[in-house]
Design a protein around this ligand. Structure first.
Ligand SMILES: [Zn+2]
Ligand SMILES: [Zn+2]
Length: 109
């Protein structure tokens, strides 16, 4: 069965080659990003606000509590929120395409 699935995947990849989710250039596997688009994503790393996930420029700016000014002034209704990367030209397209796929799958029975 695994052999048949691999054969079918190879045939499908030949007819409809996998493409980058963002720029549609050819990639090795379906669902992947090309190296250029991957490098264009701004991944969020520490230090960041423990409530909303907004990154700080330095640990000194994060302070001892690691809560940003926005969350201190108007605490959000949620306890914690995180994003993988900052919103920019590449990530906006990626978020839109992934969201569209999720909605399509949700309505597929
Ligand atoms: Zn790309
Ligand atoms: Zn915050």
């Amino acid at each position: 069965m695994a052999f048949l699935k691999a054969c079918f995947t190879n045939i499908l990849d030949f007819i409809l080659p996998p493409h980058c989710i963002i720029c549609h250039s050819l990639v090795q596997n379906a669902g992947w990003l090309c190296s250029s688009c991957f490098k264009g994503l701004d991944f969020i790393s520490e230090p960041f606000c423990v409530r909303c996930g907004q990154p700080f420029e330095s640990y000194e700016m994060a302070g001892s509590d690691h809560i940003c000014a926005d969350c201190l002034n108007k605490p959000p209704l949620w306890e914690q929120a995180r994003a993988a990367f900052l919103y920019n030209e590449n990530s906006s397209v990626l978020y839109y395409r992934l969201n569209t796929q999720i909605v399509r799958k949700a309505y597929r029975f």
